[in-house]
Design a protein around this ligand. Structure first.
Ligand code: SAM
Length: 348
């Protein structure tokens, strides 16, 4: 399958880089992924505890699909290792060796992750967490990535809502890059069918790679309302389209966000567009301009490479300055949240 129009994150460490934007704890930090990971953590911890309630493997092979780069990349892996360490300690069992595979598209900046590994290994050694071997696994998760029955646990956060390709038959959606209120039903159907094809392929590929009894834990963008053109999905992209009629790009390959089904394996959470504005759970935005800027920076970190390759670098600064204003105007009227869906699965 061909992966097109999937934005890879800005590499390096500049103000608008993905690494900088993901670090929401220190400054006015702009991307919600870290908050999403932390909100999903209690469910993930439960999954790990459940896995280790019956068996303690000698080597634990874990993969993170769509790992990207920056401080989030090793965050989940560190927390998983910490938890397993505690469980082994409580059960008086030997800590397993860890083999960690970081998977993303080949153009992801793997080098910047590898440069952070010495620090990571130092900590592992200091805490006496046993040998841990980290490797990059460049490739699309819509293809086979690992040998058959070789992986104990696969984690993926905010990645599998990226489709393998832009859906076909979107001719009627010319003035949009995604589903909007004005999109005909055939457009929603095209996104839905592409998502169903991709997600089925993803599940079936991973089921070949995960050992029997192994687990997979996925967090991705969803929606709380049945209508796929509701604000849960489309609002931010609609604001971006207002700036330039992005007809050049035809469409972005973002999945039609699924809704949560009632099942013990599904859970969900909400994170503000600007996660640094999550304090006290208040229902209004205290500083709309600052939030507008934060949201614009986080969207810029995700979309800049794609936009710059179509428009050139010169348009990027003015485009996102204007986008920040539009987002601020929107947030003044309505504080808006991303909806996340969390799924924990066991391979039979
Ligand atoms: C929004 S980032 C999420 C990063 C990280 N998991 C986090 O939570 O901070 C989505 C990542 O998925 C990757 N991605 C998208 N489609 C992919 C595919 N088909 N195969 C592998 N990675 C993919 C992108 O390159 C990007 O790095």
């Amino acid at each position: 399958m061909v992966v097109v129009n999937v934005p890879c994150m800005n590499g390096g460490g500049g103000e608008t880089s993905y690494a900088e934007n993901s670090d929401v704890q220190i400054f006015i930090l702009l991307l919600s992924q870290r908050t999403v990971i932390l909100k999903a953590w209690p469910f993930l911890e439960e999954t790990i505890k459940d896995m280790f309630s019956s068996s303690f493997p000698g080597c634990f092979n874990v993969a993170d699909s769509g790992c990207s780069l920056g401080p989030n990349t090793l965050l989940v892996i560190s927390k998983i290792i910490d938890t397993i360490h505690k469980l082994c300690h409580q059960a008086n069992k030997k800590l397993p060796e860890f083999q960690v595979f970081l998977n993303d598209l080949p153009r992801n900046d793997f080098n910047s992750i590898f440069q952070s590994l010495p620090e990571f290994y130092k900590r592992i050694k200091k805490e006496k967490f046993g040998p841990c071997f980290v490797a990059g696994m460049p490739g699309s998760f819509y293809e086979r990535l690992f040998p058959s029955r070789s992986i104990n646990f696969i984690h993926s956060s905010y990645s599998v809502h990226w489709l393998s390709k832009v859906p076909e038959n979107l001719e009627n959606n010319k003035r949009n890059i995604y589903i909007t209120k004005s999109s005909p039903p055939s457009v929603c159907q095209a996104f839905l069918e592409q998502f169903q094809r991709d997600f089925s392929a993803f599940l079936s590929l991973r089921s070949e790679e995960i050992v029997s009894g192994g687990r997979m834990f996925l967090t991705f963008l969803g929606r709380s309302i049945a209508d796929p053109s509701s604000k849960d999905c489309c609002c931010l992209l609609e604001l971006l389209v207002l700036l330039k009629r992005l007809t050049w790009i035809h469409s972005i390959c973002l999945a039609i966000f699924p809704t949560k089904k009632k099942s013990s394996q599904f859970s969900g959470s909400k994170v503000n567009w600007d996660p640094s504005d999550d304090v006290n759970n208040k229902s209004f935005v205290f500083n709309k301009d600052r939030c507008g800027q934060n949201v614009a920076n986080s969207i810029r970190a995700v979309t800049e490479p794609m936009l710059a390759s179509h428009f050139g670098n010169a348009v990027i600064d003015p485009l996102f300055a204007r986008f920040a204003t539009l987002v601020a105007e929107h947030l003044a009227v309505e504080k808006t949240k991303y909806i996340s869906i969390v799924i924990s699965m066991t391979n039979k």
